[in-house]
Design a binder for this molecule. Structure first.
Ligand SMILES: NC(=O)N[C@@H](CC(=O)O)C(=O)O
Ligand SMILES: [Zn+2]
Ligand SMILES: [Zn+2]
Length: 345
């Protein structure tokens, strides 16, 4: 008999963009409807660089949480060339701050304030390692001469491996991994190194972005790679290895900003997040591995208790909306118009 329900502890999203302002009234309920906690990315303009800005941003998020819903935003601080040892100590002391996010300057949306000289921040990384404050990493180099499809691998080889050699105890998450190389790198490291994997990098490869016409709603960073990389990610996510856990990287942009001659990077996956992952795990005959990936390994890595409440998925096909109306206009959610097998009860 085929399985028709799946019960798991309430999941967490370890990589999420909620944005700010009125859009919080859309993004916060969309995630809080399914997830218990989420790591909130700090790439606002201006960026969330310290504990006080994170406290204020967290309050704006909580103000957008509908009555009766529970949700715990875990705030990531934006690492800059100006981040100080004292700021690391303040982050370690703030229970609502989860760690620092490293954006190489110019790598992605709102990364202009990001890091230009990683090695110069060694005293900061040393303090983070000492206090076990996690470093979350957008792992791509930005040099014009490096092909966009190679940027993750080159970052790993020239920046990340040396960084972890210099700071072997640093607790580090390589975010939204997209290549076989990243999977192998994470596997080669100790238990202090983990990775998040998005639904789009599991469900798609670069053909899904470029064959038959350019599909801006499948465009995100790091950019989708070849099928062999997609397959390596699918194997990692469904392997039961605790280094790999759920992080949607849901990254809303207005429809007009995506459907443009210079479209923004990011997939708004929050409206269908858990069913998108369930689709992959079922295809891989690994539904029994979804609970740990979605609701266990991330909490274990970061040192939070797993949820003691449950959520049930039922096998009942449904179609993702073509568009959703938000405070900044219409948006095309990731997987718009396509059918998913599982729905959240
Ligand atoms: N992933 C994306 O393509 N976009 C993210 C930024 C990021 O996570 O790199 C965004 O903020 O829009
Ligand atoms: Zn990123
Ligand atoms: Zn992101």
């Amino acid at each position: 008999m085929t399985q028709s329900t799946l019960t798991l502890p309430i999941p967490d999203d370890w990589h999420l963009h909620l944005r700010d302002g009125d859009l919080l009234n859309d993004t916060v309920p969309a995630t809080a409807a399914v997830f218990e906690r989420a790591v909130i990315m700090p790439n606002l303009v201006p960026p969330v660089v310290d504990v006080e800005l994170a406290r204020a941003y967290r309050e704006r998020i909580m103000a957008a949480l509908p009555e009766g819903m529970t949700f715990q935003p875990l705030m990531a601080l934006y690492l800059t060339q100006q981040t100080s040892v004292e700021m690391v100590q303040q982050a370690a002391a703030a229970d609502f701050v989860i760690g620092f996010k490293l954006y190489p300057s110019g790598a992605t949306t709102n990364s202009a304030s990001g890091v230009t000289d990683i090695e110069a921040l060694d005293p900061i990384f040393a303090e983070m390692a000492r206090l076990q404050v996690p470093l979350l990493v957008h792992g791509e180099v930005t040099h014009a001469e490096v092909d966009i499809f190679d940027r993750e691998k080159v970052f790993i080889d020239t920046k990340l491996r040396p960084l972890l050699n210099r700071h072997p105890d640093l607790k580090l998450v390589l975010e939204h991994i997209t290549t076989k190389d990243a999977v192998e790198f994470v596997l080669s490291q100790g238990a202090n190194v983990g990775a998040t994997i998005t639904p789009q990098h599991l469900l798609m490869n670069r053909n899904d972005m470029l064959v038959g016409g350019i599909r801006p709603h499948n465009y995100c960073l790091p950019v989708l790679k070849r099928r062999e990389h997609q397959n390596a990610l699918r194997a990692a996510a469904t392997s039961g290895n605790p280094k790999f856990f759920l992080g949607t990287d849901s990254a809303p942009h207005a429809q007009s900003a995506k459907e443009s001659a210079c479209g923004c990077a990011g997939c708004y996956s929050a409206p269908a997040a858990l069913p998108l992952y369930a689709e992959v795990f079922e295809q891989e005959n690994a539904l029994d591995k979804l609970a740990d990936f979605a609701s266990g390994f991330g909490a274990d890595f970061y040192g939070y208790p797993r949820s003691d409440k449950n959520l049930t998925l039922i096998k009942e096909p449904w179609q993702v909306a073509d568009t959703v109306m938000t405070a900044v206009g219409s948006m095309v959610p990731y997987y718009a118009g396509q059918t998913l097998a599982w729905r959240v009860k």
